[in-house]
Design a protein. Structure first.
Length: 177
């Protein structure tokens, strides 16, 4: 166990706590809905909670793969890649038929985040200086440490900001950080 992994993992804990707070008042009736505005009820083009938590749920598995670890224990459904990968459109789902139920997505997200943080905390510092071998991300995140920090912290925080804004547009109250 090294200092770098511990720092990355510990920093992810308050972000995961914020993710939990954002869940208040989100249920099957609104989790996969896009907000509307104005007299005509024009849809606001944004990511809803189902999409964001589903998107975030796939990245711990990707981090495991980059580290050469088996992600099977994370139990990330194969369908999540097709639904939630970067570049996939977030669709309004009024009937709940396009996306898995929100109450199934959140535990996948949480389990992955907690497991990935535990894995990162267990690694020796030398692991974080190794080059990131992922073709798609290595230009922006050249080392394993930079990528791990981004995936467990910055990436999650960016998308949780989307949920915070979505909540307000849906008429839900804000939450304390």
């Amino acid at each position: 166990m090294g200092a770098v992994g511990t720092i990355i993992a510990e920093t992810s804990k308050p972000i995961l706590g914020y993710a939990d707070k954002l869940l208040k008042d989100i249920g099957p009736h609104n989790a996969a809905r896009k907000p509307t505005w104005g007299i005509g009820g024009e849809m606001i083009e944004c990511n809803h909670a189902t999409f964001v938590y589903g998107h975030l749920a796939i990245y711990p598995g990707r981090l495991y793969a980059i580290l050469g670890k088996d992600a099977a224990a994370l139990k990330i459904p194969a369908s999540y890649e097709d639904l939630f990968a970067a570049g996939k459109p977030c669709k309004d789902d009024p009937t709940g038929s396009l996306y898995p139920p929100f109450h199934e997505i959140v535990p996948v997200f949480r389990r992955g985040m907690e497991s990935a943080a535990g894995l990162i905390a267990s690694l020796p510092d030398a692991e974080f200086a190794k080059p990131n071998t992922n073709e798609r991300s290595k230009a922006r995140f050249p080392t394993v440490g930079i990528l791990a920090n981004f995936l467990l912290n910055s990436h999650v925080a960016m998308h949780l900001g989307q949920v915070s804004t979505w909540r307000r547009a849906m008429g839900l109250p804000g939450v304390d950080v």
